[in-house]
Design a protein around this ligand. Structure first.
Ligand code: GLY
Ligand code: MN
Ligand code: MN
Length: 538
């Protein structure tokens, strides 16, 4: 019995080992270099207010069950600024040099020190010296953070993102993320009732409350709707009740400036991450191309009777063969009505009938950057008349969206264009009687930014050069919809990743066939998987 227990424990421990990052082990040559991350820190630092520090934490390790954790995914902001991919770390970025132990430093990264036992199970760590060398940044052991004196008296602003509040405390580790966050709170005398939303609203009102009064008023009201405790805040109430510029100026001036600022850092990072550098675009192009080629290979391999999970597996195999480390988000593969569930990730249908459409929204993550490409194909290789009518309407809406991808256009422009085409088309097909009834059939936005996050950071202001967005209209007609039954079970989304530059727009996912003719032609081609037959299981 004892032997069995030990074996079970060791087996589980070795599973945990797979679930951790393997820092520094054989990185692909196109990994972003330390100069990229250094420049990102410098650009951020230039925008920090005088006498300030930005404090960022690594993302938490998440437990899957028992002693098995999920694969560790670095926080995209943290990765962007440091290149560090291990957990339990904190970055201090000072606006101006600080005296730390007799040395002037502008930044300090607290990292995991070497630990023989941990590295035996979970892979090599960079360690304190390794991280300094590899990342080009001053480092300390995270175990030193507790004793590190942050001179808060000399600081006017401490910029943070909302602190994680759902982190597991590993009581055996005094420098896990839980401890680092608690140590930080103690250094800055973090008020027990600190309310990041309140702080953020104060920040927005102080920054934009006069210039954009209507928008800010609506935003504050919406926040109060969602979080009733904010309705009692006298400063926010004072602002809402001010009806003219004079009263508003007085109300804005009365809002206290808070040293702890949980607003500005998000804004700065939104602006920075929205515009991609050439090095980032290279990685995005790669992630997107491998995802598009995954769509081609699935089109060739698709046969009625395949399971949704098998289709998902082929996609993921193709881009992992190209070197992608992860999926950028859980793959969405839904046949028939499952394609009408926007984020259907269970891939549960065991055998896809030939007459169904299969919606495949799948994206590779390559060195942190993610693709987001959707194609919708008929399982038997041939669209029916109804499927084709809906498909071509979505395609037309997408083309209208592409045309709006111009520097200076409003972020909403592609969505508005796509919406109009779809509303008109649904009326023409007799699915709805008037345009106002279109929303349930096209219930999502058309675009989001793409980068380190699939729904990437960005300002959502007018388009800038070197940004990447998706254009992804869709029509979803689940069983029971108030229209002719012949349309039921049709769910179509077509999603491409569009680079916007001063020169125009470029479809980065163009390798994936898009038109009805291109898809049917590709599906008629043989696949390397045609002869791939596994032994039957009982
Ligand atoms: N794959 C999620 C989305 O398209 O937004
Ligand atoms: Mn998308
Ligand atoms: Mn998608």
């Amino acid at each position: 019995m004892a032997a069995f227990r030990l074996c079970a424990l060791l087996c589980w421990l070795s599973l945990t080992a797979v679930a951790q990052p393997h820092a520094g082990s054989g990185k692909p040559s196109d990994t972003l270099d330390k100069e990229f991350h250094r420049q990102r820190r410098e650009v951020l630092r230039q925008q920090l207010p005088p006498r300030s520090v930005a404090v960022l934490f690594a993302s938490p390790v998440r437990n899957r069950a028992n002693d098995v954790d999920y694969y560790y995914h670095p926080d995209p902001d943290f990765y962007y600024l440091t290149g560090y991919t291990e957990p339990n770390s904190v970055l201090l970025l000072f606006q101006s040099p600080q005296n730390v132990g007799g040395k002037q430093v502008q930044e300090l990264l607290f990292v995991q020190p070497h630990d023989e036992m941990h590295e035996l199970w979970n892979g090599k760590r960079l360690g304190v010296e390794g991280a300094a060398k590899e990342l080009g940044i001053a480092t300390r052991a995270n175990t030193d953070f507790a004793g590190f004196k942050l001179d808060t008296a000399s600081l006017q602003h401490i910029l943070i993102k909302a602190l994680p509040h759902d982190v597991r405390d590993d009581a055996s580790d005094q420098a896990d993320l839980y401890s680092l966050v608690e140590q930080f709170k103690s250094k800055v005398k973090y008020p027990t009732d600190f309310d990041a939303t309140r702080g953020m609203l104060y920040g927005i009102v102080r920054a934009q409350g006069l210039a954009q009064a209507d928008g800010v008023t609506a935003y504050v009201q919406e926040a109060m709707q969602q979080q009733p405790h904010l309705r009692e805040d006298r400063h926010l109430q004072g602002y809402l009740q001010a009806k003219d510029m004079r009263a508003r100026t007085k109300a804005v001036a009365a809002i206290p400036a808070m040293k702890l600022d949980a607003f500005s850092l998000d804004q700065l990072l939104d602006e920075m991450r929205e515009v991609k550098t050439e090095a980032e675009l290279k990685l995005l192009r790669k992630a997107i191309s491998m995802s598009a080629i995954g769509q081609v290979e699935v089109m060739k391999a698709m046969k009625p009777g395949m399971s949704e999970m098998e289709v998902q597996g082929i996609h993921e195999y193709v881009f992992k063969k190209y070197g992608a480390q992860h999926v950028g988000y859980p793959s969405i593969v839904g046949a028939g009505s499952n394609g009408c569930v926007l984020h259907y990730i269970s891939s549960a249908k065991p055998a896809i009938p030939g007459q169904e459409l299969v919606l495949m929204d799948v994206g590779a993550e390559y060195l942190g950057y993610t693709a987001d490409v959707t194609r919708t194909i008929p399982a038997n290789g041939k669209f029916t008349a109804e499927q084709k009518a809906i498909y071509e309407l979505v395609l037309k809406a997408q083309e209208a969206g592409f045309k709006e991808c111009k520097v200076g256009n409003s972020f909403q422009a592609p969505h508005q264009a796509a919406q109009e085409v779809i509303a008109d088309g649904l009326v023409k097909l007799g699915i709805i009687k008037n345009r106002a009834e279109a929303q349930p059939y096209f219930p999502h936005g058309t675009s989001h930014y793409l980068g380190l996050d699939v729904h990437d950071r960005g300002s959502y202001g007018p388009f800038k050069g070197n940004t990447v967005i998706t254009v992804e209209p869709g029509i979803y007609i689940p069983e029971g919809s108030p229209c002719d039954k012949k349309w039921w079970g049709i769910g179509v989304r077509i999603e491409d990743d569009i680079l916007i530059t001063e020169k125009g727009w470029e479809n980065l996912s163009k390798l994936a066939p898009r038109t009805v003719a291109e898809i049917e032609k590709t599906m008629a081609q043989p696949s390397a998987l045609d002869g791939f037959v596994l032994p039957k299981l009982d």
